[in-house]
Design a protein around this ligand. Structure first.
Ligand code: ZN
Length: 299
């Protein structure tokens, strides 16, 4: 109510900029990253806009209903339309708005995620899928999409923007916290550490890392890094963190501990003290369920 009153007063005073007014209730923030690449966030999930001579390549589209707010924000920064989208995976909070960018003719997505994408999200779009690696060139700017195996889902892409030495890693490394694994989308907690380790080994030339959720330079706490962004070293450390966690839980399972016991006994090394460990119980149960189904694992 109070906001509406304030808005009414501002309107009366003629101080509201109508041209780039955001749709009510949906606020997208943008930060300049480097060389015409913009980081976008709605506070829940993140995205990147890469400006090329043939339009903007949007890395993740945000949730259904957010397309107009994203477009509105981008149009305040450049007059280029969004002509292509790369989805890091098929989850609604990253791909739900795919159909809301009228000039985006092409959507790039991993072949497994393509099968999982909601029909409404992909309505009317042309899809280009990949299995392991594919360069994506738009307006002379080349990005690379990579797939290294199961993790958060079974179709997580890492998008590398070589000219600014940046990687957008989606929910494979969503933030410095316990990973979220979605078994219903083919995700695997047991496979995740090796998937991340492969990415850390095989991708070269990346300095900055942008995550699918969480921190950006304007957020708190900002613990430094490369002008506030995560670095490739952070990514490498995250891969090791997930390995340590999965190994500790696997050891507990092999020793006959219950998921509750593993959760209460869990101690992570001091170097991971700034990682959030909430949600440990659910993650431990995901790992236990996978171990029970794994022919290689013996208790
Ligand atoms: Zn996700």
């Amino acid at each position: 109510m109070r906001l509406n009153t304030a808005a009414a007063i501002l309107l009366a005073l003629g101080t509201v900029r109508v041209a780039h007014a955001q749709p009510p209730g949906r606020v997208v923030e943008a930060y300049f990253l480097s060389n015409e690449v913009y980081f976008l966030t709605n506070g829940r999930s993140n995205a990147l806009g890469v400006v090329t001579a043939d339009g903007i390549v949007l890395l993740d589209a945000m949730a259904a209903g957010w397309g107009p707010a994203v477009l509105d924000k981008l149009q305040g920064l450049t007059d280029m339309p969004v002509t292509a989208i790369i989805n890091t995976h098929a989850h609604e909070d990253h791909a739900g708005a795919d159909a809301e960018y009228p000039e985006a003719a092409q959507i790039v997505i991993h072949e497994n995620s393509r099968r999982r994408l909601a029909r409404s999200a992909g309505a009317g779009k042309t899809f280009k899928t990949f299995s392991d690696h594919m360069p994506v060139t738009v307006g002379k700017r080349t990005l690379h999409v990579y797939y290294f195996g199961k993790g958060h889902t079974d179709g997580d892409a890492i998008v590398v923007i070589p000219d600014i030495k940046a990687a957008y890693v989606g929910d494979l490394f969503a933030e410095k916290a316990l990973p979220i694994v979605d078994p219903a989308s083919g995700g695997s907690a047991l496979a995740l550490p090796e998937t991340l380790a492969r990415a850390a080994r095989e991708i070269t030339g990346v300095a900055r890392v942008v995550t699918g959720h969480g921190r950006w330079p304007g957020s708190k706490p900002n613990t430094g890094g490369l002008q506030g962004w995560y670095t490739w070293n952070d990514f490498r450390e995250y891969a090791e963190f997930t390995r340590k966690f999965v190994d500790a839980v696997t050891a507990g399972w092999k020793n006959g501990r219950t998921s509750e016991q593993v959760a209460s006994e869990l101690r992570m090394p001091e170097k991971y003290k700034d990682y959030r460990l909430d949600g440990a119980k659910a993650m431990i149960e995901t790992i236990f369920n996978e171990l029970k189904q794994s022919p290689a694992a013996k208790r």
